[in-house]
Design a protein around this ligand. Structure first.
Ligand code: 3PY
Ligand code: MG
Length: 252
């Protein structure tokens, strides 16, 4: 992606964006993985032990090579503001189950008049030195991604897609499976049927669509189905798998 292209713009491009999830509170891990060639990072402030200091350190280490979307721990104004002021290329809002929540998330992410993001200086604003430039371009450059990952959200998908300012929908298969009383059973036919319904609604409406998978073949299949935003695996798992494979090769 050329550096002047925002991640928000890239979502509308014709290339799938393949990333991975960052969960470790380690700038070094983020820095190493940024050199691998991923298109983006899903920095997990929801389930991972990443406070604002760790999030900032990860952005500082990785963002010059790899755009970072921060999944906020909760759909709250304070978290969205902090993630964006820290310089995130966008936010991922977990468990968006209604149009009302989607509208709030957009409002907290966009400066007036499009929204009601609070105005203050941070890393995103060059610590004040590029304040005006950031304010003028942020609404055009920041990606607002909502997760549909609950049966309630899946049922409200059309109303959620009506909300102006959403740049992509990201399916969370694990929470979706839990909401159907089948936690972790992401291949269950009911879970798969909901994933297909969400996918079809997004494709019909031309809304960029993403999903998490731990499986590379599944990721390729999702790309073939029209998914453009893929988060494949997670840092800790990549690390463990590579070490295990290395040890096995040595021991034979
Ligand atoms: C889920 O599967 O619930 C997720 O949130 C993955 O990102
Ligand atoms: Mg989830």
């Amino acid at each position: 992606m050329p550096p002047q292209t925002s991640f928000r713009q890239a979502l509308r491009g014709d290339q799938p964006l393949v990333g991975t999830v960052l969960t470790l509170p380690s700038a070094a891990v983020a820095e190493v993985l940024a050199e691998v060639g991923y298109d983006w990072f899903f920095v997990d402030g929801e389930h991972a032990p990443l406070g604002i200091d760790a999030l900032v350190a990860i952005l500082q280490a990785a963002q010059h090579r790899c755009p970072c979307l921060v999944r906020v721990p909760a759909n709250e104004e304070a978290w969205i503001k902090r993630a964006l002021d820290a310089g995130a290329d966008g936010i991922i809002a977990p468990l968006v189950n209604s149009a009302e929540t989607a509208r709030q998330v957009v409002a907290w992410s966009k400066y007036p008049p499009e929204g009601r993001r609070s105005v203050g200086g941070g890393r995103a604003h060059g610590y004040g030195r590029t304040f005006d430039r950031y304010l003028q371009s942020a609404n055009q450059r920041i990606a607002v991604v909502v997760q549909i990952e609950h049966v309630e959200g899946a049922r409200a998908i059309e109303a959620i897609l009506d909300v102006a300012g959403l740049d992509a929908v990201f399916i969370g298969p694990y929470d979706l499976s839990g909401s159907l009383g089948k936690p972790g059973q992401i291949d269950d036919p009911d879970v798969q049927a909901y994933i297909r319904d969400i996918r079809d609604a997004c494709l019909r409406r031309g809304k960029p669509l993403g999903i998490f998978t731990a499986d590379e073949e599944a990721a390729r299949a999702y790309i073939d189905q029209g998914f453009v935003l893929l988060a494949v695996g997670a840092d800790a798992v990549h690390l463990g798998n590579a070490a295990e494979a290395s040890l096995a090769r040595v021991r034979g």
